[in-house]
Design a protein around this ligand. Structure first.
Ligand code: FAD
Ligand code: NAP
Ligand code: SF4
Length: 697
């Protein structure tokens, strides 16, 4: 053990033939850099930066062993010596930084978003439009050989090991359960038959690569689908793959088609390490000491340290945290935990990009996967620069400028930095946004930004200070929906509710079902304003809410969800027809919709807000306010929605009142974030624009 602040996390792991310098594995992420030859130099720079940052072992994004295993057409494949030679750029770059790297072999089976996909049985998955071809016994043999060839080529390419992807509902996992394997030959039926593929692959990979090469097997510990693996089956497979030659057992949580969130920001930190502990304890009882790796929502060193200290695992896998901060491990080791740029688990620039076929990056670190394109270099000449607005855009700009050597003055009218993040962090399930504010608070100190809070700066004052450049990051102002009668005291804006904490009644209508409308509905239905705790900070409550059970008690670990009752009645309205929430994130929208359904939030679309007024008449609900609505283009089915409070979440408009007066007196201004464009604004765009402008000035 070292005398570091994280003795378990930073202690080496001896694998016999090699030693990992600490217990941190950078988990596999599909970044898009894997697909296409032209990305190899970028991929090498991406992994080399993480190796320099001190991580113990890197696992690459998945590479298919053959075309049948492609995640999508022309996905990254390692099947020839020529391809292996290209990988040398990556392995050499990582080794030059003193790192170690393993290649993930990913065969997607029926999850393949491509017409050549194959599977144990001809059963279409709910997440791909392509029905897989059922493999013959010879076809299965071909897949095994492809895995083995891929592992051999990985060794040839200079990798330190491979990870055989056996979880998340991919090809190997599809053989394990009857949900997807209905074969009657020696690859289906009994569990011994269903697990044969996994064991054969590991055994023959080990034979091919020799004893001194890392072979990680990623095992699905809790499938989170109704007819997933039973716990005895999970244990049997773990024992068998260890006997077949696995060096490390990594943890997989949930199939991709599971309807339980596993990595989103509303999932509690370290929510699933108890499952890894069950496996580790069971193996230890049988004398098996193969190191076990745990994963999912481990995003700060103290979280990972606690998991290791209580014996949940031997090693931790962190994936997205290495997009957010390449230096995670070095910062932890050097006692600079408060300088870590924390992954807030939003998925907005990583997984959402992957699903949209775009290169992955990171909301809080736009340099992720852009290491060769977006460089932050010392400024040629030091300038005096003013940044107005300390929301995400202004914070990114100010700290990047100061890092480059400029004298930076950051102004905000509020008493604290953060802009709208001060509202976002109050939403149950968005507690992580607090970390971004902590990071920027420290970053302001480290880079030496001059911070001026608590006064709205005007154009005159700015002009008088003769800055070389002025950046307006003044954000947005709520859109006025101009509904007749909206000046009624029971009509509030989302700012009144979230920031000023104005009291809200028992029955509420939220007008506008964009990102903020959804968040406000979740906040009010869950009773966050009434002091009800967020399930994200209470693991047992969260597990109950989503119906996650001990896999030993329930096959697959799924039971009926038991959400806490809603704190109040909430209606969520939008003017356009169609399903509310269409603009939410690709990989998280379904979670927000499911969370509101659990809280019995009623959603209405195609609503026209005619006017707001007193409720009267024989059925009038005394003391309530009425929102008079009609539906559709024909303005039909008029009715009154009687509620206690109306909350306006009707979008936003740019706030750039300083632009004209400054330009009028000849001051050079730049606009970023909401001040530039409010439509479809999010923190990803705000931080990206702030960083890029600052890198160029
Ligand atoms: P802002 O954050 O609006 O900051 C502007 C700042 O400028 C403010 O602090 C303001 O006080 C200051 N200012 C304005 N004028 C002056 C002046 N004259 N002098 C001094 N200071 C001034 N985005 C996501 O990407 N993901 C999410 O999950 C997400 N959730 C959200 C949840 C909620 C409830 C809310 C409200 C927003 C959420 N957002 C989310 C949106 C995100 O917060 C914004 O896109 C982002 O904050 C915009 O950044 P910005 O820097 O452009 O502006
Ligand atoms: P938004 O997503 O643009 O939604 C605004 C809502 O207001 C829409 O539902 C819109 O739909 C309605 N609206 C627009 N004009 C209106 C009018 N004149 N009268 C009444 N209703 C009107 O904006 P937002 O919810 O304010 O969010 C702001 C930004 O923050 C968004 O760009 C969003 O991406 C980001 N954000 C993201 C998240 C996230 O989880 N990723 C969460 C919160 C916020 P109708 O016109 O159909 O009613
Ligand atoms: Fe984490 Fe969000 Fe960055 Fe993805 S985009 S790595 S989830 S902070």
């Amino acid at each position: 053990m070292t005398s570091s602040p994280y003795p378990h996390l930073l202690s080496p792991l001896d694998l016999g033939f090699t030693t990992l310098k600490n217990r941190v594995l950078m988990g596999s992420m599909h970044t898009g850099l894997e697909d296409g030859r032209r990305h190899f130099p970028q991929m090498a720079a991406f992994y080399a930066e993480r190796a320099r940052g001190g991580v113990g072992l890197i696992v690459t994004g998945g590479f298919a062993p053959n075309i049948e295993g492609w995640a999508k057409p022309v996905a990254g494949t390692l099947a020839t010596s020529a391809a292996a030679r290209r990988h040398r750029q990556v392995t050499d770059a990582v080794h030059a930084e003193g790192g170690k790297i393993a290649l993930q072999i990913l065969h997607t089976g029926r999850y393949g978003y491509q017409p050549l996909c194959v599977a144990p049985s001809r059963i279409k998955s709910p997440i791909s439009p392509f029905t897989p071809r059922e493999l013959s016994a010879r076809g299965i043999e071909r897949q095994i050989r492809a895995f083995v060839r891929c592992a051999r080529l990985a060794r040839e390419a200079g990798y330190d090991g491979v990870e055989v992807m056996g979880s998340e509902g991919y090809f190997i996992n599809q053989f394990l359960v009857t949900h997807t394997n209905q074969r009657r030959d020696e690859w289906g039926g009994s569990y011994a038959n269903r697990m044969r593929l996994a064991v054969e692959i590991v055994r023959r990979v080990r034979e091919a690569v020799g004893p001194d090469f890392i072979v990680i097997y990623r095992l699905s510990l809790i499938d989170l689908i109704p007819d997933g693996s039973s716990w005895p089956e999970v244990l049997e497979l773990a024992r068998a793959v260890v006997a077949a030659g696995a060096t490390l057992l990594n943890t997989g949580i949930g199939w991709h088609e599971a309807r339980i969130p596993t990595i989103a920001t509303s999932v509690p930190r370290a929510a699933f390490t108890w499952v890894t502990k069950k496996l580790r304890d069971a193996l230890r009882e049988q004398g098996i000491t193969t190191p076990v790796i745990t994963s999912n929502r481990l995003n700060m060193p103290e979280v990972a340290e606690a998991v290791l200290a209580r014996g949940d695992a031997d090693m931790v896998s962190l994936a997205r945290p290495f997009l957010a901060d390449a230096e995670f491990v070095n910062k932890a080791a050097q006692g600079r935990r408060d300088e870590i740029n924390t992954c807030i688990a939003c998925n907005q620039a990583c997984l959402d990009h992957t699903f949209a076929n775009r290169l992955c990056s990171c909301l809080v670190n736009p340099r992720a996967c852009q290491e060769t394109g977006l460089t932050i270099s010392k400024a040629a000449a030091r300038k005096r620069i003013a940044v107005v607005g300390a929301g995400p855009a202004g914070l990114a700009a100010a700290t990047t400028l100061a890092e480059r050597g400029h004298e930076v003055h950051l102004f905000d009218a509020a008493a604290a930095i953060g802009g709208q993040f001060n509202m976002a962090r109050r939403i149950p399930g968005k507690e992580e946004f607090e970390e971004t504010l902590r990071y920027f608070t420290r970053r302001i100190e480290v880079t030496g930004v001059h911070l001026h809070l608590g006064a709205r700066i005007g154009a005159e004052a700015l002009a008088a200070q003769k800055f070389d450049e002025v950046i307006l990051a003044t954000g947005v102002t709520p859109r006025d929906p101009k509904i007749p009668g909206q000046d009624h005291p029971a009509v509030l804006s989302y700012i009144d509710v979230l920031l000023h904490r104005k009291p809200v009644g028992r029955k509420v209508a939220v007008l506008g079902a964009g990102g903020i409308g959804f968040d406000v509905a979740e906040y009010l239905a869950g009773g966050a304003d009434l002091g009800h705790p967020s399930p994200t900070t209470d693991l047992p409550a969260w597990l109950r809410e989503w119906g996650v059970a001990d896999p030993e008690a329930q096959r697959g670990g799924v039971v009926r969800a038991q959400p806490a009752p809603p704190a109040r009645e909430v209606l969520l309205l939008q003017r356009k027809p169609g399903k509310p929430g269409a603009t939410l994130g690709k990989t998280t929208g379904w979670i927000h919709r499911a969370a509101l359904k659990m809280k019995q939030v009623e959603m209405l679309s195609g609503v026209n807000y005619e006017r707001i007024g007193r409720v009267d008449g024989p059925t009038g609900e005394a003391g309530r306010i009425g929102l008079f609505v009609t539906f559709g283009e024909g303005r039909k089915d008029g009715r009154v929605l009687a509620v206690d409070t109306l909350v306006l979440c009707a979008g936003q408009e740019p706030l750039r009142e300083l632009q004209e007066p400054l330009q009028a007196v000849g001051v050079k201004v730049h606009l970023i974030g909401g001040a530039l464009e409010a439509g479809e604004l999010d923190a990803k765009r705000a931080i990206d624009q702030g960083t890029r402008l600052a890198a160029a000035l």
